[in-house]
Design a protein around this ligand. Sequence first.
Ligand code: NDP
Ligand code: OXD
Length: 314
Amino acid sequence: MTLLVALGSGDPDPWVKQFRVLLPDRPIVKLGDNYDPSAVEFSMTWYHPAGSLAHLPNLKAVFSLGAGVDHLFRDPHLPDVAIARVVDPDLTNRMSEYVMLHTLSILRQMRRYRSQQSIKNWSDDDFQPAATDVRVGIMGLGVLGSDAARKLKLMGFNVAGWSRSAKSLDGIQCFSGDAELSDFLARTDILIVLLPLTDETRGIINKKLLKGLARDGRVAAPSLINAGRGHLQIETELLECLDDGTLHEAVLDVFQTEPLPETSRLWAHPRVTITPHNASVSDPIAIANAIAAQIRRVEKGEALLNTVSRKKGY
Ligand code: NDP
Ligand code: OXD
């Protein structure tokens, strides 16, 4: 039983090394190695080249090395086998760190103080709201969104979330579906996006949506944090909203084109913070462990966990 590490982006070697430690009895190969396709039963993938998982007649399951699976559905030749994604406390905690860091940074106006420091300007003339005065709204109340919601709530923020199906989370106001989106936006000062990229969510962060955010809050204007996927946002419209004051500040970890091209106006925008799609990285040590546990489950005849619905796209 061979395991294939199929990466189209990033270095496969730390993954191969870690899987060899965890599953010492199985051959672990990577794309480009010389292996027997009929021996491959599992594939661990991240942006694999289209077609590279076709012609594996005994493939049982594909594991995404991340929480998102949109990279798999780019492949028109994706085999019709079970797909599992990463759900792991290591990945979840890292994302919540990112969300808390940037939400607090927006609340405490760190962008402003950094620029004041650069010109030795001691000025404290703006009202500083408390976390309890600020309404955070999280689009995507799944594994990552609900953990971030709970932690922001603990910090005192007034937190709501929006998801596809109705939810109930202690102390969090829950909205769902298209019908409740405008009410959710209208009570949101800091919008956090942790949605998957699907046919339904592509381009959802556009001018119309950003104009629907709250205008009656104790912050200057609403702000955006997108750590979901780049194609959720329409960057030309995001820039228009930053330029005309619809949006106060944007923190972006993901972009329509990655790496973000040098020509993008986002790089130099005074109210944009850019991180290189590392809000929550998949650490081979933690994540290979979770995938090896899944493989052991399948071998014992148990069902795969964290499977993905092809119909929903996440
Ligand atoms: P989950 O599948 O657990 O949660 C997805 C959430 O989005 C669910 O609440 C789901 O609703 C909601 N959702 C999906 N489609 C819609 C829709 N059309 N309308 C409203 N809500 C919708 O995913 P995770 O929380 O684990 O991960 C979320 C995303 O974060 C990943 O898909 C990935 O793109 C991104 N990510 C980014 C990383 C980074 O470093 N930048 C790292 C890890 C993940 P419902 O609950 O009803 O199903
Ligand atoms: C993920 C990611 O989906 O790293 O896990 O973006």
